[in-house]
Design a protein. Structure first.
Length: 177
C-alpha cells in the first residue's frame, strides 16, 4: 500500500512537471474569466506592452488574431499591428500613469516622450489614452486618443501630474498567463 502511494505521488509530481508552462499559454482565443482574472490579464498585457516593451509576447499572448484597430495609422489584424508597433514603441520613453478596467473595457493613460522631444529639452511630451475592449481573456479591439503638450502651452498645468504615477500593474499573480 505504501509503495502504491509513493509511486502514485511520484507519478503525479513527474506529470505535473511536464505540464505546459502557464506563462506560455496564450489567452486568445478568449475564454470566460472572472472580472478579477480579467483585470490581472489586462495588467499583464499592460506590463508586457508598455513597461517591458515586449510587443511580440504581449500580442501573441493577449491579442486576438482578428484584432480590430481604430487608429487610422495602423490597419486591423494582430500581426500587422504587432509588426508596426514593435518598431514604433521601443524607442519611446513611456510612463504609465493610470490604468482601469470595467465591463470588459480597459484603458491606459500614459506619457510618451520621443527621442526628438527629449533632445529638444523643452519639456514637450505626448499624452496617450489607449482604450481596449476585451472578450473574456483576450484583447479584441483598440481605440486611442493622442494629445501632444506643446512647448509654450497657454495652460501652465501639467497634463499628467507626477503624483498620479506609480506601480499600476501591481497586485496580480504573474501566473495568470
Amino acid at each position: 500500500m505504501k509503495l502504491a502511494f509513493i509511486l502514485s505521488t511520484a507519478t503525479f509530481a513527474w506529470a505535473t512537471e511536464l505540464r505546459p508552462n502557464p506563462k506560455a499559454t496564450p489567452n486568445c482565443p478568449g475564454r470566460p474569466v472572472s472580472p478579477a482574472e480579467q483585470l490581472c490579464i489586462f495588467k499583464d498585457f499592460v506590463n508586457l506592452f508598455y513597461i517591458k516593451k515586449d510587443i511580440p509576447t504581449a500580442f501573441q499572448t493577449h491579442v486576438l488574431e482578428s484584432y480590430i484597430q481604430h487608429n487610422p495609422n495602423f490597419p486591423s489584424g494582430r500581426q500587422i499591428a504587432q509588426d508596426g508597433l514593435a518598431k514604433y514603441i521601443p524607442p519611446l520613453n513611456i510612463t504609465v500613469a493610470k490604468i482601469s478596467l470595467s465591463d470588459s473595457t480597459g484603458w491606459v493613460m500614459a506619457k510618451q516622450v520621443t527621442a526628438a522631444q527629449h533632445a529638444e529639452g523643452k519639456g514637450a511630451y505626448t499624452v496617450v489614452v489607449d482604450v481596449f475592449r476585451m472578450d473574456g481573456s483576450c484583447v479584441v479591439e483598440h481605440w486611442d486618443v493622442v494629445q501632444p503638450r506643446p512647448v509654450g502651452a497657454s495652460n501652465p498645468l501639467a497634463m499628467l501630474d507626477r503624483q498620479g504615477f506609480g506601480d499600476v500593474v501591481r497586485g496580480c499573480d504573474a501566473k495568470v498567463r
